[in-house]
Every structure is written in structure tokens, then in C-alpha cells.
Design a protein around this ligand. Structure first.
Ligand code: CA
Length: 232
């Protein structure tokens, strides 16, 4: 089935380059040149992935992303940001973007990320055990058939990524994974080198839902200088 990618970007030359390269890779494209149109198409057309510029007329990329999530869409969102400010990147991830890429970007890198994010959303469960099984990890139960994580028998409201992350860590509790390893296995970025902030943000958001006291995590533990592990 042909995958459809929504490009929300007000600079026409960037849209042209993206369309050309994405179509050459076999994707169909939808285009919006302002935030209102972007949000409308995201909700009505339900594309497989959204490339979302940050600085847009009418409604900025943050507001579009927020609107997409509020509409209940889990569509992978990659933010395109011209800014270098770290706070913008973190804010984008906080409000539900899956990834960001800084302009000027290399087309090769962008295409690799598009592919990784589409593959992730199409897979039922990353790093899971047999489908239909229940994984017991202390107070946690992972139901891989229902794709739900229960803490003390109560279902947690997790995003797909948070679910993938906890499933992956739960496969081998006690084992420490570096941020790079998590980018590779949970985010599907093969041989990933570079910014791993997305992992820290995802872990922090997951802890807010999972931990009794997110400031003193007992489930997902940080090993300084090494990475994260799930306590058993
Ligand atoms: Ca712009």
C-alpha cells in the first residue's frame, strides 16, 4: 500500500525538494502551506507521517502538533526546525512530536528518519515477546495482545513510543541500555550516532505516568553515564 506523507511547510522550494525526493522513494505526498491547512489535512486525510515545519503562517508547528494529538491521531510527526535552540526541540517532543530534524537537513538523513518512523508505526510491537502473551514484571504487567501496560492492575495511558520503550526494557529487566542503543532498537535508527535527547524526553514522560514518585524513579532507573534499565 502506498504510504502518504503530509508536508506542512510554507517555503515552497523546500516543499518542492521534499515532494520530489519523497515521491522518488515511492511515497505519495500531501502539502499544506500554513498551519490551519496542515491541521485540517492531518485530521481529515490521516496520512502515514507528517513533516511539520515550526514557523508557519496562521498556526505554528507546535499548535499543529498539539491539535493532531488532541484529535486522537497517533500519526508520527517529524518537526523541521530552523532554530538551534534546544528548548524548541524539547518542547516539540513534549507536545507529542516523535522526532525533529534541524534545517538545513541532509535529504539522506531525512529520508532515513521518515522510513524509521513509518516502520515503527506500522509494526505492532517493537521488541515484544510472542504476540498474545502477558509479561509479568513485579507490579507491572505487559499485555502484548491488548498492547497495554498495567501497573497494580490498572492500565496506563501510554503513547505508542512509550509502550514500545517499556516493552523493550522489560524484555531483559536489569540490563542497562545506552541511549544510542535505545535509539537504535526502539526508534529504529540503525547505527544511530548523534543527538539522543529524544530518549531522555520519552523516559521522563513515561516516568510521569508510571512512577509513584517521578522524581525518585523505581521502575525505570538511570545509570549515570551508561543509560537506562527497568528494575525487576
Ligand atoms: Ca517556515
Amino acid at each position: 500500500m502506498e504510504r502518504r506523507i503530509l508536508i506542512v511547510e510554507d517555503e515552497k522550494n523546500i516543499v518542492d525538494i521534499l515532494r520530489f525526493n519523497l515521491q522518488r522513494e515511492g511515497y505519495a505526498t500531501l502539502e499544506a502551506y500554513d498551519g490551519d491547512e496542515g491541521l485540517r489535512l492531518a485530521v481529515e486525510e490521516n496520512p502515514d507521517l507528517i513533516l511539520l515545519d515550526l514557523m508557519l503562517p496562521k498556526r505554528d508547528g507546535f499548535a499543529v502538533c498539539k491539535g493532531v494529538r488532541e484529535a486522537g491521531r497517533n500519526t508520527p510527526v517529524i518537526m523541521l526546525t530552523a532554530r538551534q535552540e534546544e528548548s524548541d526541540k524539547v518542547l516539540g517532543l513534549e507536545i507529542g512530536a516523535d522526532d525533529y530534524i534541524t534545517k538545513p537537513f541532509s535529504m539522506r538523513e531525512l529520508l532515513a528518519r521518515v522510513k524509521a518512523n513509518i516502520r515503527r508505526s506500522a509494526m505492532p510491537v517493537a521488541g515484544s515477546a510472542d504476540a498474545g502473551s502477558r509479561l509479568e514484571r513485579g507490579r507491572l504487567t505487559i499485555d502484548t495482545e491488548g498492547m497495554v501496560v498495567l501497573k497494580d492492575g490498572v492500565a496506563l495511558e501510554l503513547t505508542q513510543r512509550e509502550y514500545d520503550l517499556i516493552c523493550f526494557l522489560a524484555e531483559q529487566p536489569g540490563k542497562v541500555y545506552s541511549r544510542e542503543a535505545l535509539m537504535e532498537h526502539v526508534w529504529n535508527y540503525e547505527g544511530y550516532v548523534g543527538d539522543v535527547r529524544a530518549v531522555d524526553v520519552a523516559v521522563r514522560r513515561l516516568r510521569e505516568k508510571l512512577e509513584d514518585d517521578p522524581a525518585d524513579p523505581k521502575f525505570i532507573v538511570t545509570r549515570r553515564g551508561q543509560g537506562y534499565l527497568l528494575e525487576n
